[in-house]
Write a protein that binds this ligand. Structure first.
Ligand code: ADP
Ligand code: MG
Length: 238
């Protein structure tokens, strides 16, 4: 059995079927990109995995534990969204510490963890700054730190780079990959950007209309598209 998997997942919004009987398997430490056009169901799948939206049916497991009916905070999942949802009236350190408030850690332990995670994202000197004093890329790194500080088993990134300009986007994607490898954290990275998917991932889950059109390594998907959608979608990237 894989480390992290879903079985027969279905989700509808009123009359809209987003996905039906969808399954996936991800190994420990893998970085998967969930790649597909806008509206194909990527964010909904991620939100279902995180427990922010309920699935209509199906099961989700992480490391032998079924998480399908657990509350979001009990799932051991960290999440970063497209727009940096930092608390504007809290410093960088306070934003990160907020995620630790629900754990039973001493003040000294919390301070140690904040120092360690700030070093990991290379923002040690910004500890006492407020979000508005940071660039977009720096804010996203703080959001990443906040998602990682509780040591989640799975990291979900929903288009975390798409609000940033091109140069920062490229730097930050390598930094995310480096941190992900260093921590060996199992990650789903959502994007609609073929280049990002081809460069970053161990495997790509190519999604269309709520189904996985093809699953494979970047090389497999790029050189041997299995269907017309895959060929067309990947062919848009030059
Ligand atoms: P993606 O992230 O791939 O762009 P989404 O998962 O956001 O796609 O959306 C998939 C489909 O579900 C779209 O048709 C979208 O309009 C619809 N949808 C998403 N969230 C809701 C919601 N809360 N209520 C109703 N429809 C929704
Ligand atoms: Mg989305």
């Amino acid at each position: 059995m894989s480390y992290f998997y879903g079985e027969k997942l279905s989700k509808n919004f009123d009359n809209l079927k987003v996905f039906e009987d969808l399954g996936f398997e991800i190994e420990k430490g893998e970085l998967i990109t969930l790649l597909g056009p806008s509206g194909c169901g990527k964010s909904t799948l991620l939100r279902c995995i995180a427990g922010l939206t309920e699935v209509d049916s199906g099961c989700l497991y992480i490391g032998n534990q079924e998480i399908t009916n657990l509350s979001p905070k009990d799932r051991n999942i960290g999440m970063v969204f497209q727009s940096y949802a930092l608390f504007p009236n809290m410093t960088v350190a306070e934003n990160i510490a907020f995620a630790l408030k629900i754990t039973k850690k001493t003040k000294a332990e919390i301070n140690r963890k904040i120092k360690d995670i700030l070093a990991l994202i290379e923002l040690e000197e910004k500890e006492n700054h407020y979000p508005r004093q940071l660039s977009g890329g720096q804010q996203q790194r703080v959001a990443l730190a906040r998602a990682l500080v509780t040591e989640p088993k799975v990291l979900l990134l929903d288009e975390p780079l798409s609000a940033l300009d091109a140069k920062i986007r490229k730097n930050l994607r390598y930094q995310i990959r480096k941190i992900q490898k260093e921590l060996n954290i199992t990650t789903i990275f959502v994007t609609h950007d073929q280049e990002e998917a081809l460069i970053l991932s161990d495997r790509i889950f190519l999604m269309n209309n709520g189904q996985f059109s093809q699953i494979g390594t970047p090389e497999e998907i790029y050189t041997s598209p299995k269907n017309e959608f895959a060929a067309r979608f990947m062919g848009n990237y030059n």
